[in-house]
Design a protein around this ligand. Structure first.
Ligand code: R5P
Length: 259
């Protein structure tokens, strides 16, 4: 791995703990004004001091995030579909030149294994890995789950491993029973979990705790942070689980205190 690639990864996955808390706010690229992100800047501004990186589109950045913020950016560069159509029908929406101009620490796309446009989304990842390798920019592959797929270790292991074999530098997938087998299938590639739809705070903390215990490098969480009744409390609590290895009860106490 070249120096630039290592440097960018270390901006995201903190060398001190080997873990990371990514804040995902890229939902608008196919969901439009998602609950909590209508005014993205207002939601994200108080969370920035507690996030290790921000997963976002170039439009999200240019409209709502000051360039002076210093937050490492995981730039969403795939899209082209909406919730009204087939979700797997993605193309690459942002050039590598624009990612470099933005000073992205990583670029990201979704891979829809088992969906109608499976091949095209794997080809998108492949292209990004080729470009990322050329310029020292790591790629985070999201194992997006189509409507008919079970989110079990067998499916997520299959999808994650395909991303690894295609050359991704970080895998983002979902927590599931037997999550350790998914991590194992990814070899040396760090695995982070998405939060998914909003669940009670304590359950989200337990999910993060279990994921870290079973080998995840961190979380790339959105709705379970910004849709919480205390987004700052929740991101602080998640940090304590991910970086300080706090118990779920200790972390929940942080959330309750902040609330
Ligand atoms: C979805 O494809 C987006 O990439 C989101 O960033 C991702 O789902 C993580 O957000 P959440 O924790 O809300 O699921």
């Amino acid at each position: 791995m070249n120096w630039g690639m290592k440097n960018r990864i270390s901006r995201i996955i903190k060398p001190g703990t080997g873990h990371c808390v990514m804040l995902a706010v890229d939902h608008g690229y196919f969901q439009g004004p998602t609950t909590g992100l209508r005014n993205l800047g207002k939601t994200v501004e108080p969370l920035l001091p507690y996030a290790d990186a921000l997963m976002i589109t170039r439009g999200g950045l240019r409209n709502w995030i000051p360039p002076e913020s210093g937050i490492p950016v995981i730039l969403r560069v795939s899209g082209g579909q909406s919730i009204l159509k087939e979700l797997s029908n993605e193309v690459i929406t942002t050039s590598i030149e624009d990612a470099i101009r933005i000073n992205a620490s990583a670029i990201t796309c979704s891979v829809y294994v088992g969906s109608e446009y499976e091949k095209e989304t794997i080809a998108n990842l492949s292209k990004l890995v080729d470009e990322g390798e050329k310029y020292g920019i790591p790629v985070l592959a999201v194992t997006a789950v189509g409507k008919d797929m079970a989110r079990d270790a067998r499916y997520l292991g299959l999808a994650s491993r395909i991303c690894v074999e295609t050359g991704t530098h970080i895998v983002k997938t979902y927590y599931t029973e037997d999550f350790g087998s998914v991590v194992e299938a990814c070899g040396n590639v760090p695995v982070v979990i998405a939060g998914g739809t909003k669940i009670p705070e304590k359950e989200a903390l337990l999910m993060a705790h279990n994921a870290i215990s079973e080998g995840a490098a961190g979380v790339d969480m959105g709705r379970n942070i910004f849709q919480s009744d205390s987004p700052v409390g929740m991101i602080k609590a998640i940090r304590s689980v991910v970086h300080d290895r706090n118990s779920v009860d200790e972390a929940y106490g942080i959330y309750v205190k902040e609330k």
